[in-house]
Design a protein around this ligand. Sequence first.
Ligand code: GDP
Ligand code: MG
Length: 166
Amino acid sequence: KSGFISIIGRPNVGKSTFLNRVIGQKIAIMSDKPQTTRNKVQGVLTTNDAQFIFIDTPGIHKPKHKLGDFMMKVAQNTLKEVDVILFMVNATEGYGKGEEFILEKFQTVRTPIFLVINKIDQVHPDELLKIIDSYKGKYNFSEIIPISALEGNNVENLLKQIKEYI
Ligand code: GDP
Ligand code: MG
């Protein structure tokens, strides 16, 4: 099994931390450069029975960028070509305008989208349930998976779920 995965989310939600954890190298940090490349491979995780290829999707959360519209098209095309999109949000912040903006960009995309709620090490379980609730009706996510990219909680399960879609 082999599949392409794109991680989308506002700055600071933990995308690089997640990549660094699963890839085990500093590739993600090295790719934090100006948005000059497209469909860039950020890292590859090869396990016994699957290969996860993480693809960078520049542009999707930079609405005020000068090349905003063009980059947005590029980003949306990328999203249509991957097998799974991980929409990563911060468990300590909840649904807001930034998330709404990104979800709007997903409307034309048929790719399975996982809601990945990161930083669960920082919230009480009740709080997590409220966050999950706040996403009800916003989008028909294929899976909703809480994780801590920093501490590793539930990351294995997330990979297992991705495997079902690639
Ligand atoms: P990115 O901008 O989405 O790539 O976010 P980063 O991976 O750079 O993470 C932003 C900040 O959040 C860093 O200080 C990380 O250490 C922190 N962070 C990322 N994941 C977690 C997590 O699961 N728990 C906690 N407590 N902090 C996290
Ligand atoms: Mg980053």
